[in-house]
Design a binder for this molecule. Structure first.
Ligand SMILES: *[C@@H]1O[C@H](CO)[C@@H](O)[C@H](O)[C@H]1NC(C)=O
Ligand SMILES: *[C@@H]1O[C@H](CO)[C@@H](O)[C@H](O)[C@H]1NC(C)=O
Ligand SMILES: *[C@@H]1O[C@H](CO)[C@@H](O)[C@H](O)[C@H]1NC(C)=O
Length: 196
C-alpha cells in the first residue's frame, strides 16, 4: 500500500531532468553555431613572415669575443581582410650554432588588415663572449665569406576583429638565413615558421 503511494522519482522529476538536458544541449549548440559563424565571417588566415635581406657590418671576432652589427629586413604580411594586429612587444635574436649573438626589441606597431610591413632588425653584438668551439666555427665561416644564421622572434600580439581583441604570443623561427660578409647582394629570402 505504501509502495504504490510513494511519490518517489515520478514523472515530474524526469520531466525536470529532460528540461535541463534540453536547455544545456540548446546552449551548447548555440555556442557551437556562434563560433562557426564568427569563424566563417572572420576567415582567419595564417600570418606570413620572411627575411628579405641581411648584412653584417663591423665584424670583429677576437679572443672568442664578438663585435658585429647584423641588419635584417623582416617582411610581415597580414593577409586577413577583417583582422588587424597590434604588435605590443617584439623581441628578436640572431643565433649562430644555437648561441645567441645579439638581440634587440622592435618598436611596437599596429598592422592594418591586408597589409605588408617591412621591419628593420638591427642586432648589435657588443663584445659578446662565445664558446671556443662556436668562435672557431664562426671564424671559419667568416673566412669562407658566408655564414648560416638563425633569427628568432617572440611577440606579444593582439588580434583585433571589430571590438573583439584576442591576446596571443607569436613565435618566429627563420632559418637558415645565409648572409654574405662582403655584400648584401644575392640574398636568398628565407621564409619563417610561426607558432601561434
Ligand atoms: C678587432 O678588435 C681588436 C680588439 O678590440 C683590435 O685589436 C683589432 O684591431 C680589431 N680588428 C679590426 C679589423 O678592427
Ligand atoms: C668590442 O668593442 C668594445 C668597445 O665597444 C671593445 O672594448 C672591445 O675590445 C671590442 N671587442 C672586439 C672583439 O673587437
Ligand atoms: C601597412 O601599414 C602601415 C602602418 O599603418 C602603413 O604605413 C603602410 O603603408 C601599409 N602598407 C601597405 C602596403 O598597405
Amino acid at each position: 500500500m505504501a509502495n504504490t503511494a510513494a511519490p518517489g522519482p515520478g514523472p515530474a522529476h524526469s520531466r525536470l531532468v529532460r528540461l535541463i538536458a534540453t536547455i544545456l544541449l540548446t546552449l551548447i549548440l548555440l555556442v557551437a553555431v556562434t563560433v562557426i559563424v564568427i569563424w566563417l565571417v572572420v576567415k582567419p588566415r595564417k600570418l606570413v613572415y620572411m627575411i628579405e635581406s641581411g648584412s653584417i657590418h663591423s665584424f670583429n671576432l677576437t679572443n672568442d669575443h664578438l663585435n658585429a652589427t647584423f641588419n635584417f629586413e623582416l617582411r610581415a604580411y597580414n593577409p586577413n581582410s577583417r583582422v588587424s594586429i597590434y604588435y605590443d612587444r617584439i623581441e628578436t635574436r640572431v643565433l649562430y650554432d644555437d648561441s645567441t649573438l645579439a638581440f634587440n626589441n622592435v618598436q611596437p606597431f599596429y598592422q592594418p588588415r591586408r597589409n605588408v610591413t617591412h621591419l628593420g632588425l638591427n642586432l648589435v653584438a657588443t663584445n659578446a663572449e662565445l664558446f671556443p668551439d662556436v668562435a672557431k666555427n664562426l671564424r671559419m665561416e667568416k673566412m669562407s665569406g658566408e655564414v648560416e644564421l638563425e633569427i628568432r622572434g617572440k611577440a606579444k600580439i593582439r588580434f583585433k576583429f571589430g571590438a573583439v581583441k584576442n591576446h596571443r604570443t607569436l613565435r618566429l623561427l627563420c632559418a637558415p638565413v645565409m648572409v654574405h660578409f662582403s655584400s648584401s647582394k644575392n640574398f636568398e629570402r628565407t621564409p619563417c615558421e610561426i607558432d601561434l
